[in-house]
Design a protein around this ligand. Structure first.
Ligand code: HEM
Length: 371
């Protein structure tokens, strides 16, 4: 294949490879600078949840809206643009990959022979680029389909409850190495910032590269650590949105629209009451309704449960719905002297309302009423 192209076109050398190199450098430059800005923006989590939320809302162009709510569509378009550049850059980068074992061996041998640091840097570019084919695509696709899910809680939940911490750890190491080395190599390749003394300016640029990489590694690891701490503390409420910053609430207050946090608050209470009502339902199903509840409330704990009541136990036990013992007294009282009835009735009515409104007590109630 290669020999055929060289033999056929030796007279007409094509400009295409150079143009592709230029395109690769161009996309690499934009992505590299994007990554430094991206890391500073993501690094705002180090300054706190409010700072990160403010940055995320600003990236969603929330300052253009009346109620402080952002436009995730803006993030969607930004991610689409970066993803397209990412794919073009990867495609152009694949041209330089050693595609056979033989090519791979040649490069390894040259590296060992030349012991030239910049050649070694090129090999790191190949390995980190290869890993980012996969890790970077996962991250970008996640951002593409969830453009509105960037806030201190949702991002931290993604890192911890969504287990993205491993992806971000690998991606962070790869992207900081790839972006730092890539921008340095661009300066070398195109002679940018090359002073009169090439050797001196190369040394300066290399020192600058190392310092910037240490700086962005520091921000990256610290940001990842912050996400892990926030996500771990928030793991029981994973998926709950951050309530919004003071900026958003004041913004919403001035616009008279309910603050985002109020909306979320309402949603939250709705969920809670839903959960609470569900809970009471559960309790209702779990515990028999009040009127069926045997007057065991004040009876000793080991009193048989209503289920026990249901079971035909020996005749001596009062029939289900039969008035509990002290009730029988009431009945007897009621039976014997009306005078006693109200007193008994009073004590009983309390008991009645508490434990059973069965008809056995009706007379008593009516006796009281007639009084
Ligand atoms: C417009 C495109 C992009 C957007 C909107 C974006 C957004 C984000 C956000 C919001 C986070 C915080 C964690 C999260 O919410 O899950 C994050 C973390 C990260 N992103 Fe991106 N990203 C983009 C492109 C990229 C690209 C192209 C790369 C590298 C190939 C990359 C590498 C990373 C890394 C390594 C982290 C973890 C940072 C850390 O925790 O220190 N991102 N990104």
């Amino acid at each position: 294949m290669e020999s055929y192209i060289i033999e056929e076109n030796t007279a007409k050398s094509s400009r295409l490879p150079a143009r592709l190199d230029l395109a690769q450098s161009g996309t690499g430059l934009i992505l590299g600078l994007f990554m430094w800005v991206h890391m500073l923006l993501v690094g705002s989590i180090i300054l706190g949840k409010d700072a990160f939320d403010f940055v995320a809302k600003t990236m969603e162009l929330a300052f253009l809206s009346d109620n402080g709510h952002g436009y995730p569509i803006a993030v969607f378009f930004a991610v689409s643009g970066v993803f397209t550049l990412f794919i073009i850059h990867a495609l152009l980068g694949m041209r330089k990959f050693p595609i056979s074992w033989r090519q791979h061996r040649i490069i390894r041998d040259q590296m060992q022979m030349m012991k030239h640091p910049d050649t070694n840097l090129w090999y790191i570019q190949v390995v980190t680029g290869f890993i980012m084919f996969f890790a970077g695509s996962v991250h970008l696709y996640t951002m593409l389909v969830n453009p509105g899910s960037i806030d201190p809680f949702l991002s931290a939940d993604r890192v911890v409850s969504g287990n993205y911490w491993f992806l971000y750890l690998v991606l962070l190491i790869c992207v900081e190495l790839h972006a730092g080395i890539g921008l340095y190599r661009l300066c070398m390749k195109w002679g940018w910032f090359g002073g009169k003394d090439a050797r001196k300016s190369r040394k300066k640029l290399k020192t600058l590269k190392n310092r910037l990489m240490i700086f962005f590694f520091g921000i990256g690891f610290l940001a990842l650590f912050m996400f892990i701490v926030i996500g771990w503390n928030h793991r029981h409420n994973a998926g709950e949105r951050y309530q919004g910053t003071a900026y958003q609430q004041s913004h919403a207050a001035t616009a008279g629209a309910p603050a985002a946090s109020a909306v979320d608050e309402m949603e939250k209470t709705a969920n809670e009451t839903g959960a609470a009502s569900h809970e009471t339902d559960m309790q209702a199903t779990a515990a028999p309704p009040a009127d069926q509840a045997p007057a065991h409330d004040d009876a000793p704990a080991d009193a048989p449960s209503p289920a026990d009541e249901a079971e035909p136990v020996d005749e001596t036990a009062p029939a289900a719905g039969a008035a509990p013992e002290h009730d029988t007294e009431a009945v007897q009282d009621a039976g014997t002297s009306d005078a006693a009835a109200p007193a008994a009735a009073d004590s009983h009515t309390e008991a009645d309302t508490n434990d059973q409104g069965s008809d056995a007590h009706e007379p008593t109630h009516s006796a009281v009423e007639t009084q």
